[in-house]
Design a protein around this ligand. Sequence first.
Ligand code: FES
Length: 209
Amino acid sequence: MSELLKYPGESDTDNLPPEGKKAAHSRRAFLFKLSLLLNGAVGTVLAVPLVRYLLGPAMKKDSATGSWISIGEVIEFSIGQTRLVDFQSPVASLSDGETAKIPCWVRRASAQQFQVFAVNCAHLGCPVRWFVQSKLFMCPCHGGVYYEDGSRASGPPERGLFEYRSKVTNGSLMIHAGDMPTLATHASCAGKSLIQIEPASNAMGSKSC
Ligand code: FES
């Protein structure tokens, strides 16, 4: 009788009768195939998030980037108030968890006039805080300061806070989200000047952004 192939971990069956050897071999063959199947299934489950992580941005880019989304009802914002609001990133996936929540500062300047600022400082991106007493945004990292309309007051930032495009639709405050507002995307520059930082010995100039 020809030698039967041994699977990994298979013990010596030389002492078994021919029927016993065949039964033991087929049982082990079945278990070996089952373990391959289970390993394949586990590998696939583990690979899905990795593949989604790698391909996700490219797959989501066209459909969600640049969406108009609501960040609340107009009546939720008092005139003259500036407050922090979180919104769900339109390009987020389930695996993003809490990081899908994007904070922004919302200022209601008048009944119909809103400004929505990215929280990131225009210098190196630290989150700025709003101080209602002084009506200033301040950056804890290098002392950048901004006025309530987001324009630069002092410190290393060369321009004002980046601002989301916003509009009011059917009583909701909408912002154009999906991309961070930067000069490379659609940051609002309206009415804000870009300060050219120069050495202390030179006069400080400015130019329009
Ligand atoms: Fe805000 Fe530098 S990151 S001042």
